[in-house]
Write a protein that binds this ligand. Structure first.
Ligand code: THU
Length: 133
């Protein structure tokens, strides 16, 4: 699947966003090494902090199905610049992505920026920090 096809899937997932509070729909699509695609949209809640971002919905859906071998993620919103993932999503990506996992951030104007998790969240807290010396 090409980058643009994955972005198109994220745009379709965005149509399913549940955003009565922000009216800011976001879509995501993640493809695994084996070629399976999982979709995500943001899902809000009247108790605002319970909201889950599109990226995490897609990632958690894949993990809950036993797929952790991620190849590429696309995320799309109607923003002036390619939509920057929030800090919580970056931390979740840092748990499961590596330097080869491509993150395509995009907007509806067709602008796309491809980054890695190291670029989005350098010097991140990880499992290595949990070990005492
Ligand atoms: N949101 C996402 O789904 N992904 C992002 O990368 C940024 C923010 C959602 C959370 C909330 O539902 C709405 O956008 C406004 O913050």
């Amino acid at each position: 699947m090409t980058k643009n096809q994955l972005i198109k899937q994220a745009i379709e997932a965005r149509n399913r966003a549940y955003v009565p509070y922000s009216n800011f729909p976001v879509g995501a699509a993640i493809i695994t090494q084996s070629g399976k695609v999982y979709h995500g949209c943001n899902i809000e809640n009247a108790a605002y902090p319970v909201t889950c971002c599109a990226e995490r919905v897609a990632i958690f859906k894949a993990i809950s199905e036993g797929d952790t071998d991620f190849q590429e993620l696309a995320v799309v919103a109607d923003t002036d610049r390619p939509v920057p993932p929030c800090g919580s999503c970056r931390q979740v990506m840092s748990e499961f992505f590596n330097e080869n996992t491509l993150i395509h951030i995009a907007n509806l104007k067709g602008e796309v920026k491809t980054v890695t998790i190291e670029e989005l969240l350098p010097f991140s807290f990880s499992s290595h920090d949990l070990t005492t010396s």
